[in-house]
Design a protein around this ligand. Structure first.
Ligand SMILES: NC(=O)C1=CN([C@@H]2O[C@H](COP(=O)(O)OP(=O)(O)OC[C@H]3O[C@@H](n4cnc5c(N)ncnc54)[C@H](O)[C@@H]3O)[C@@H](O)[C@H]2O)[C@@H](O)CC1
Ligand SMILES: Nc1ncnc2c1ncn2[C@@H]1O[C@H](COP(=O)(O)OP(=O)(O)O)[C@@H](O)[C@H]1O
Ligand SMILES: [K+]
Length: 502
């Protein structure tokens, strides 16, 4: 399932109409009919339904939806917001069809009965006022109608985008319809994954509108949801012939006097995600505690302030950062790993604060960075607010500029590849909003980079299953009564959830 910007969506529509030859009226019929189909699964014959139609193509979808509801025996009250003469193109065509069916259309501009009062008295409001074409502050009468939608007790179902909300990240916006459901046309829009804008969508359903196969390949960059089926088709199957080294030799470097637990969480997660041979490089003062907690791991003690004695070239993959601290010795360690490791290097937590980004360009083997918004802000010199406003662009820019994978963590983690593709993660919940869950992810990424055929799948699958473990926990335990190591304990449930055939 693709994730697009407003302008990419317009390109897709244009290619479908001009190059593929599908008339715009047909595309709009497909869109409206598909949206109506979803809405009809919730509508009952006794509900008072109002369809609000704007002047652009989103309004055109509203005319089609109204006609489809009539076909199904539901008589919505249709309201046209602009003057009739403002309609053009496909929207005008479908307005004409609606009138030919003998369906009455009320006009907001005509005066008399107030649309706001009808919205207040409705059971269901279908919001086809504004879609991807919205720009700037909402003008009247849209601003008042959006406010009325947000005051009514009715169920609000938006078409494509809740009116007023931008399709893209990074756009200033003012107010928007708070929908209960949004039937998204063809592809997710970026704003459905951003912390500030996602809540306006309510529950999202994506419908196909008949874009021809291969259309998405014409877009310059691939940006898509990483779904269960992707995990199912890329997760390696363990074979009876496997040996302990089949899944690689992994190294985790981290820990300091004040944060001894972080590398242990990463280590336990790596072991529970398939790693056969794991070495933990930790400050010498707590290796005995580590040995009793993780007897499966080998240990490389280092005295704080002293460099790592292990030959890092012997490892297939290394992860560095959890609990490491940010002093000069830690910075030397990170630099040492950047220059000396001969496999995949994963940098997380403190390592992200002390690395010099320019040094990443010297790496000949892949590098994976796993920052949250604050860490990506530190890496890029932007503010956290700027990163949160444009997570797609910020992580894309960093990944492509430095040739690294960037896993920007959040409620919808975005993985960017060095060549500019992006995968959005659908799993996870607020169970993960607690200290140490990022360390767990780091261990999983380490394990998966050594077991998977491609690094894209390794990173995206680790993120997916990390979230799936939290989802499995959330259905069995109240989210308050969880600690981070419970997420590791739930990993078998996460693996099972993708292995089952239902
Ligand atoms: N062929 C296509 O392009 C298709 C488009 N579709 C629909 O078309 C939508 C996009 O259509 P449009 O590009 O016509 O744009 P919209 O329908 O989103 O809105 C454009 C109209 O809104 C007005 N407007 C913009 N900003 C405003 C503001 N701040 N305050 C008040 N009015 C404002 C503009 O004057 C313009 O008339 C999609 O979201 C989707 O619902 C679907 O029908 C599928 C096919
Ligand atoms: N509300 C949430 N919904 C889904 N995932 C979340 C949420 N909050 C945090 N996460 C996930 O939890 C992890 C937190 O990582 P991080 O911020 O590095 O924590 P720490 O440094 O304490 O380990 C990330 O994988 C992030 O995507
Ligand atoms: K809308």
């Amino acid at each position: 399932m693709r994730v697009v910007t407003g302008s990419e969506m317009r390109d897709l529509d244009q290619w479908t109409m001009q190059d593929f030859g599908m008339p715009g009226e047909m595309l709009m019929e497909n869109a409206g009919r598909a949206a109506a189909g979803r809405m009809l699964t919730r509508l009952t014959l006794d509900e008072r339904v109002i369809v609000l139609c704007g002047s652009g193509n989103n309004g055109g979808d509203g005319f089609v939806i109204a006609r489809c509801l009539y076909e199904a025996g539901i008589c919505p009250e249709v309201w046209l917001i602009p003057e009739e003469n403002r309609l053009s193109g496909e929207a005008k065509f479908h307005y004409g069809l609606l009138l030919q069916c003998g369906i009455q259309v009320n006009s907001v501009q005509a005066g008399g009965k107030r649309c706001e009062d009808v919205i207040a008295a409705a059971d269901v409001v279908i919001d086809a006022m504004l879609g991807t074409g919205v720009s700037g502050e909402l003008r009247e009468p849209y601003a008042s109608l959006v406010a009325a939608c947000n005051e009514t007790a009715a169920r609000v179902e938006a078409v494509d985008i809740p009116s007023g909300l931008p399709a893209d990240e990074g756009v200033m916006w003012h107010t928007a319809v708070q929908a209960d459901f949004t039937v998204v046309l063809a592809a997710y829009k970026e704003s459905s994954f951003l912390p500030r804008t996602a809540p306006f969508y309510g529950e999202i359903e994506v419908v196909s509108i008949g874009l021809p196969p291969g259309t998405y390949d014409l877009l310059k960059y691939e940006r898509r949801l990483w779904q269960r089926v992707d995990v199912q088709t890329t997760l390696p199957v363990r074979s009876a012939e496997d040996y302990k080294s089949t899944y690689g030799k992994g190294l985790i470097v981290g820990g300091s006097e004040t944060m001894p637990g972080a590398p242990l969480l990463a280590g336990e997660a790596a072991l529970k995600s398939g790693t056969g041979l794991l070495t933990l490089a930790l400050p010498a003062s707590f290796t005995s505690a580590a040995a009793s907690r993780l007897p499966e791991a080998m240990l490389q003690p280092f005295s704080e302030g002293v460099r790592l004695s292990a030959d890092v070239t012997k490892f297939d993959a290394a992860a560095c950062g959890p609990g490491l601290g940010r002093d000069e010795a830690a910075a030397h360690l990170v630099q040492h790993l950047i220059y000396k490791t001969d496999g995949v290097l994963i940098l997380d937590a403190d390592a992200l604060h002390i690395l010099r980004p320019s040094e990443l360009k010297s790496r000949r083997k892949p590098t994976v960075l796993t920052p949250h918004a604050g860490e990506l802000a530190a890496l890029t010199g932007l503010s956290v607010e700027e990163v949160l406003q444009a997570p797609f662009q910020t992580s894309f820019n960093f990944a492509t500029a430095y040739g690294v994978y960037v896993v920007m963590k959040g409620a919808h983690t975005i993985t960017s590849t060095p060549d500019g593709r992006q995968f959005v993660n659908p799993t996870g919940n607020a169970v993960l909003a607690r200290g140490g869950t990022g360390d767990v992810l780091t261990g999983m990424v380490l394990a998966f980079t050594m077991s998977h055929t491609t690094l894209d799948a390794a990173v995206a699958n680790a993120v997916y299953l990390h979230g799936a473990a939290a989802d499995a926990l959330a259905v069995t335990v109240p989210p308050h009564a969880v600690k981070t190591s419970d997420v590791i304990s739930a990993l078998p449930l996460a693996f099972q959830s993708v292995e089952s055939t239902d």
